[in-house]
Write a protein that binds this ligand. Sequence first.
Ligand SMILES: [Zn+2]
Length: 338
Amino acid sequence: MSIEQLTPFFAPTYENFPKGRTIGLVVLRTSLSELILRTEGTGEPMCREFVQAGQTDKRVVQRLVMTKRKQIAPERRKGREHLRAQNLLRLNKDGVACALNTNAPCEMCIDCFLYGFAAGGGGAQKSRVWTEDAFSILTATETLSDRTINAIFENGTMRDEKGNPSTALNTSEYIKPGVHFLDVVTLKDVTADEFRYVLGNILLTSRYGAVSSRVGRMENQILGIFGGIAELPSSLELVQAVHDHFIINNKPLEHPLDNGELIAATQAVISSWTTRRGISVQLSNDELEAVIADIDHHWSDAEREVFLQRLDASYESFRQVSEKKSKGKKKETVEAGN
Ligand SMILES: [Zn+2]
């Protein structure tokens, strides 16, 4: 249970200025139920994009896209549930509890310090968790399906007394269970506890997109952790390289894709990444397992409260600075008004 291999890439304490310490994560996100990732609102098509199939395979294909927002919002909410449970979400300047997607974040909780905020009042904190759109390995045609919902007649069937079929109410498109998205997440200048917080959020979040009791279930797995001074190749480059790996090895690229084969292909592709500029270390499989065990330990029922309280306390001196600053500002405005 140790994350010490990553120590050179952690910030010893939170600081306001970036110092280039970069940790890269390779995340495999797999749908476990029907999944709906639409742009906004109902009736919109599923998010998808035309891209080159591979890096050597130059054909153009349409892949499903899991946008940054669709990934990060549920993960932040997951962490915030626990901050709320322990009263660690602060009140904003209007006396309202910190909330996502409002103009008045509290600017003082773990979530605000780590994932950033843009406050209406002019204050801002840059996010230190960088995500990008994740792409499906297989094409949209392989991974999407349609379901038509028919009106039910009073006799409880979809045919009336004369045997006429009911008209379709609407057709809804969904992503099949067992569809894989590969994703690269970058953490900039985070402390060890901040790293544990973000990874806990990724590993504990199990619902994405349009959520109900039946749809939206996903599982996240960390397939690689890297340290250095530069970002990893992008999610798209990774998906393309994995696609090429399947083609070269004559493996079929069709749904359902074998989990084990996909993981092996991804691990083969990322194992060469430490030769890239600015990427110095990849954790071995044993080290990766130790990191995940460390995260599980810190998020366990016995440890979670102590862990979150300690992380929360680590920002204390910065809170006092910003409180003083805002008090100072208020005074200035009053004086200027006079
Ligand atoms: Zn906050």
